[in-house]
Design a protein around this ligand. Structure first.
Ligand code: DGL
Length: 272
């Protein structure tokens, strides 16, 4: 196969990275994609960073064997835990990772108070600490891990009582502190955008980093001379390590399509 027409590979613990895939496919409609949802291990956010590193390394190895030309770590938690290690271990392929969009939020806030929603593991990672240290001056940051929200989104509950309860617990104290900007620091969270807006109202700015990530993918492929040179609409091949029927139903709910396959974690954590 012509090297330019090899796939861009993306992974997340589950359906969250689909928010990034959506932005990248919109910007690069002729590219082919492999998307892997590691749903047998979701949520990543409550796991040890070392465990998330193991999953991320194995998934990257699997993508490279499948001929990927670029890997997008479409998960803030896996980026926090493993991006640096992946870049060192697999130096022949480029990685694009996520980092909470604290920088644009700190630049845009007028009240000087910003809310960040991300998983516990993301907040624990050095990446988050370094972003805050580098870009936040004279801005108050209020963090919340939204415990249980990833599981609700995985279950397809983008709205409803339980989802709203988790969001209210996170957002009402932030509103009391006069936030005007919220960073969506987990790729699952753009799917509850309307539920968040219902609580905070239309005047609080929500920052979803997915469009910026899509531009970054474009820039990198252009620089490496690897942009697809086919005129055909690209396809997405979806893989899940979890329940195939459930994954298909979420894809349907999001209006996304493509072939879906199940893969298993074999012995000693290898993908088969
Ligand atoms: N979508 C993920 C993130 O961006 C992971 C959520 C999880 O599995 O806890 O952080």
């Amino acid at each position: 196969m012509n090297n330019n027409n090899k796939p861009i590979a993306m992974f997340d613990s589950g359906v969250g990275g689909l928010s990034v895939l959506e932005a990248v496919t919109q910007l690069l409609p002729n590219e082919k994609f492999i998307y892997l949802a590691d749903q047998s291990h979701v949520p990543y956010g409550s796991r040890d960073l070392s465990e998330i590193q193991k999953f991320s390394k194995e998934i990257s190895k699997f993508f490279i064997e499948r001929g990927a030309k670029l890997i997008v770590v479409a998960c803030n938690t896996a980026s926090a835990a493993a991006l640096e290690v992946l870049r060192m271990e697999f130096s022949n392929i480029s990685f694009v990772g996520m980092e909470p969009a604290v920088k644009p939020a700190a630049e845009k806030t007028e009240t000087g108070v910003v809310g960040v929603l991300a998983t516990r593991a993301t907040f624990q990672g050095e990446l988050y600490t370094s972003v805050v240290e580098r870009f936040v001056k004279d801005v108050k940051i209020i963090q919340d891990p939204c415990i249980g929200l990833v599981q609700q989104i995985e279950a397809g509950n983008f709205e409803g009582e339980e989802t709203e309860e988790i969001l209210k617990n996170a957002l009402l104290p932030m509103l009391e502190e006069n936030i005007d900007t919220i960073v969506l620091g987990c790729t699952h969270f753009p799917f509850v955008f309307p539920a968040i807006e219902k609580i905070v109202g239309p005047h609080v700015r929500l920052i979803n980093p997915a469009p910026a990530i899509a531009k970054q993918v474009h820039r990198l492929l252009e620089k490496e001379n690897k942009l697809a040179n086919s005129e055909k609409q690209g396809k997405v091949e979806y893989l899940t390590t979890g329940n195939l029927i459930h994954f298909k139903s979420i894809l349907g709910k999001l209006g996304m399509d493509g072939s879906v396959e199940r893969i298993d974690w074999g012995k000693e954590l290898s993908l088969v």
